[in-house]
Design a protein around this ligand. Structure first.
Ligand code: AMP
Ligand code: TRP
Length: 344
C-alpha cells in the first residue's frame, strides 16, 4: 500500500518562446505553490511532439522552459524540475489510460479540434491521445493539485474522469490491495489568480498564444524592453477612456485584458487599477503598463539568458530532477501493474 500525499504537478510544453500568458497564468502560480506543497514541474516534451517540432529547436525549447522556471523562482533543489521523456513511467501509464479513456470522451476535447483544424484526418494519433498522457503525467505521481491556466480546465476534468473510471473498474481488486477509497486521487485544478486567461494583444477575444502567427499578439519572456514597449503601444484598444468601475470593462475585451495584465503584474485588485486610471486615455496607461511589464520581466529574461549560456548545467538539473521523479513514479507504476493484473 502506498500512502496518498498532497502533491502539486504541472507541465509546460516546450514549443517556442514562453509568453506573458504562460508566466502570469501558470509559472507565477507554480512559484507560489512551493511555499505550501511538494511540487513537481515538468517540461512536457512528449506533448510537444504531438505536432511537428524541429529537433534542434525542440532541444533549445526544453532548456528555455527549464531556464524560465528557474529564473522565475522555482527551486530545482527543493522541488523537482525535469523533462517528461526522461521518465518512462509517463508513457507507460498513458497507455493504460488510453485503454481506460473512451473515444467519446476524447471526441469532446476542444483543444484537439482547435489544434487539428480543418484537416483532422491528417492530425497525429498522439495529438488525439494527448489528454491521456496529460492524465498520466499527473497521476503517475498521484498528484492532488494542478495549477494551470483556464484553457486546461477541460483536460483536467478528463483526468478526473479517467481516475474515477480506473477506481471504479478495479474497485474489488483495489479493496483487496488496501485501497478501499480508490487508487488515484481526483486531482484538483487550481485555476486561480487574476490572469488565468491572458488574451492576445491584437484581439481581446483570442488567447495569447505561442503559436499565434503574429508576434505582435504576444509578449515573449525573451523580448527586450524596446520590443515590449512597442508591442504594448501597438496593442489594440477602443476609443473610449478607461472606466473607473469593473462593470465598465464589460464588452471591452481589449481594455479588460490590458487592465487585467496591469493588475496581475502590480499584484493589486483590478478595482484598484481602475481607481488610478479611470477616465484616463490609453496612451498614458500603456506607457505605465510597458514600464511595469519591463520591470517585472527584465530580471527573469536576463536570468534566463545567463542560464541558457550554460546548457550543460541545465541538462544536469533536468537529469537530477528526472532521477528524483523516477523514484516517486516507479513504485506507483509497479502498483498499477499489479492492480491491472500484469505479471511481473
Ligand atoms: P502551454 O504553453 O500550452 O504548455 O501552457 C502552459 C501553461 O500556461 C498552462 O497551464 C496554460 O493553461 C497556461 N497558459 C498558456 N497560455 C495562457 C494564457 N494566454 N493565459 C493564461 N494562462 C495561459
Ligand atoms: N496540456 C498542458 C498545456 O498545454 C501541458 C501539460 C501537459 C500539463 N501535462 C500536464 C499541465 C499536466 C498540467 C498537468 O498547457
Amino acid at each position: 500500500m502506498i500512502e496518498l500525499k498532497e502533491r502539486v504537478f504541472s507541465g509546460v510544453q516546450p514549443t517556442g518562446d514562453l509568453t506573458l500568458g504562460n508566466y502570469l497564468g501558470a509559472i507565477t502560480r507554480f512559484v507560489e505553490m512551493q511555499k505550501s506543497h511538494e511540487c513537481i514541474y515538468c517540461v512536457v516534451d512528449m506533448h510537444a511532439i504531438t505536432q511537428w517540432q524541429d529537433p534542434a529547436e525542440l532541444s533549445r525549447a526544453i532548456r528555455l522552459v527549464t531556464a524560465a522556471f528557474i529564473a522565475s523562482g522555482i527551486d530545482p533543489a527543493a522541488h523537482i524540475v525535469f523533462n517528461q521523456s526522461q521518465v518512462a513511467e509517463h508513457a507507460e501509464l498513458a497507455w493504460v489510460f488510453n485503454c481506460v479513456a473512451r473515444l467519446g470522451w476524447l471526441n469532446r476535447m476542444t483543444q484537439f479540434k482547435e489544434k487539428a483544424g480543418k484537416n483532422r484526418e491528417n492530425a497525429s494519433v498522439g495529438l488525439y491521445a494527448y489528454p491521456s498522457l496529460m492524465a498520466a503525467d499527473i497521476l503517475v505521481y498521484r498528484a492532488t493539485h494542478v495549477p494551470v491556466g483556464e484553457d486546461q480546465k477541460q483536460h483536467l476534468e478528463l483526468t478526473r474522469d479517467i481516475a474515477q473510471k480506473f477506481n471504479n473498474d478495479f474497485a474489488p481488486r483495489l479493496k483487496e490491495l488496501g485501497y478501499p477509497d480508490g487508487f488515484f486521487p481526483l486531482a484538483e485544478p487550481l485555476i486561480t489568480g487574476p490572469a488565468t486567461r491572458v488574451m492576445s494583444l491584437r484581439d481581446g477575444t483570442k488567447k495569447m498564444s505561442k503559436s499565434d502567427p503574429s508576434d505582435l499578439s504576444r509578449i515573449n519572456l525573451t523580448d527586450d524592453s524596446d520590443t515590449i514597449a512597442k508591442k504594448i503601444r501597438k496593442a489594440k484598444t477602443d476609443p473610449e477612456p478607461l472606466p473607473s468601475e469593473i462593470e465598465g470593462l464589460k464588452e471591452r475585451p481589449e481594455a479588460d485584458n490590458l487592465v487585467g495584465i496591469f493588475a496581475a503584474l502590480k499584484g493589486e485588485p483590478v478595482a484598484d487599477t481602475l481607481k488610478t486610471y479611470g477616465g484616463a486615455q490609453f496612451s498614458g496607461f500603456k506607457q505605465d503598463l510597458a514600464d511595469l511589464t519591463v520591470e517585472a520581466l527584465q530580471p527573469v529574461s536576463s536570468e534566463m539568458a545567463r542560464l541558457m549560456a550554460d546548457p550543460g548545467h541545465i541538462d544536469e538539473i533536468l537529469r537530477d530532477g528526472a532521477a528524483r521523479a523516477r523514484v516517486l513514479a516507479a513504485p506507483i507504476m509497479d502498483e498499477v501493474k499489479k492492480i491491472v493484473g500484469f505479471v511481473r
